[in-house]
Design a protein around this ligand. Sequence first.
Ligand SMILES: Nc1ncnc2c1ncn2[C@@H]1O[C@H](COP(=O)(O)OP(=O)(O)OP(=O)(O)O)[C@@H](O)[C@H]1O
Length: 244
Amino acid sequence: MIQLSDLTVTFPDGNDTITALNAVSLRVAPGTVSAITGPSGSGKSTLLSVASTLLTPTSGNVEIGGVDASALTSAERAKLRRDSIGIVFQQPNLLSALTVRDQLVVMSHLGQRRLRGNERSAYERRADELLDAVGLAGQRQKRASQLSGGQRQRVNIARALMNEPTVIVVDEPTSALDQQRGSEIIDLVITLTQERKTSTLLVTHDLSHLTRFDEVHTMIDGSLYEGLIDATTVSRESLAGPAS
Ligand SMILES: Nc1ncnc2c1ncn2[C@@H]1O[C@H](COP(=O)(O)OP(=O)(O)OP(=O)(O)O)[C@@H](O)[C@H]1O
């Protein structure tokens, strides 16, 4: 479960400041996908960076499974991130020299000592189970360069699940894919979220899938609103007020 409370992020801009997030609150329950859409520059990526504890907010806090990330040291936060948060970036950043299976195995012992043989085979079993779950059972020994864009995104998703996270943060998973492959990736994210009871926070520009998510929010100028809102036609004064 992830709970974002009253998050504000400002960046210096010459003598001024930019408010990238303005008192944003959001709770994503286990087994549900909450989608965030909104215009370019409205703060969506900043929200994902804060939710995944990669960026510390100017104020407000992020709780992952009841743990307040702001109360942790940076080493503790890195451990929380490794153990509890799966991050799926927009472009799959796979390591071209590794097989599909090893892309996953390497994730599970980042920053740790060399694996012993029996540990390695446990990780390989988990990798194979996840590759089955994302429809890549037959591709385990291939290299990233031999995969299609949709298959790479599947590896990316499987890799994010390797450490059994309770929270998944997904940035524009369909942006490099055609409509059908994009739709299949959304199906996969929804199915895995339900099966594994993760709290999934997903950013997308692609409005065609929005009705399939449990919740939809729109980010406008750093504020988060419930539902789908057309930021070009609605004035801020007429909005009901930020979601909380
Ligand atoms: N590191 C930074 N330093 C200064 N300003 C930043 C930084 N990161 C983001 N911003 C500013 O914060 C605002 C929100 O940016 P953000 O990238 O979160 O928007 P976005 O909704 O993800 O945009 P897009 O859809 O184009 O990716 C923008 O005005 C951006 O210029």
